[in-house]
Design a binder for this molecule. Structure first.
Ligand SMILES: *[C@@H]1O[C@H](CO)[C@@H](O)[C@H](O)[C@H]1NC(C)=O
Ligand SMILES: *[C@@H]1O[C@H](CO)[C@@H](O)[C@H](O)[C@H]1NC(C)=O
Length: 184
């Protein structure tokens, strides 16, 4: 848990004053026609607080033109679930974060990633890759109060979902107990 918190706290140091897309990436592909995850970190300073999310590929045989997958996303959301949509499986895709009023104004672009064919396995290294990112950036000591608060928000979200899981497993244990009681 401590390691997890440190990874989250360190992440904003990596992102130099902008939105940095962490998923998808070369290692964290998407699967066509399936639910996918978009995730980012935000740096300090001049982040856009809201932006449009575009899917792009220079290979027009895969994607004739860029498509908006979220007209407006808010920086504080940190991740969004992308509903299943049928595109063309292939490589060379990028996600672009743009001005909501002018999608030619690109704030940041993801790594290229592969959109794997429908039915392909999802990446399994999501959590691992997040902690690798965190530890790689752990040398900076200048985490100001602004980064502190975004890290706190992220860790409180993580804490909440952790608590949710615990509550769910208590319910499951209680249900199993009740079932044992009925069967005895
Ligand atoms: C797509 O083309 C643009 C303009 O030539 C270039 O800057 C960009 O790096 C290319 N993207 C990829 C993923 O090849
Ligand atoms: C939209 O953004 C592009 C790239 O930054 C810029 O060249 C263009 O002037 C902008 N258009 C408007 C209407 O502001």
């Amino acid at each position: 848990m401590l390691a997890h918190f440190l990874a989250l706290a360190a992440a904003p140091l990596l992102a130099a004053a902008q939105i940095t897309i962490t998923q998808p990436s070369a290692a964290l592909w998407w699967v066509d026609n399936s639910v996918n995850t978009l995730a980012w970190t935000q740096g300090t300073g001049t982040n856009p607080s809201e932006f449009t999310v575009m899917l792009a590929n220079n290979d027009t045989s895969l994607l004739a033109d860029r498509v908006a997958i979220f007209a407006i996303a808010y920086a504080y959301q940190y991740s969004l679930t992308v509903p299943a949509t049928q595109w063309q499986a292939g490589t060379g895709y990028t996600i672009q974060i743009t001005d909501t009023l002018n999608t030619s104004h690109i704030y940041s672009t993801s790594d290229t990633f592969e959109l794997k064919a429908y039915g392909s396995a999802y990446p399994t290294n999501v959590a691992t890759s997040a902690s690798v990112t965190g530890s790689a950036s752990g040398s900076g000591s200048a985490a100001g109060s602004a980064t502190g608060s975004s890290a706190a928000a992220a860790s409180s979200t993580a804490a909440k979902s952790g608590a949710g899981n615990k509550a769910a497993s208590v319910v499951a244990v209680a249900a199993a107990g009740a079932l044992a009681y009925v069967m005895a």
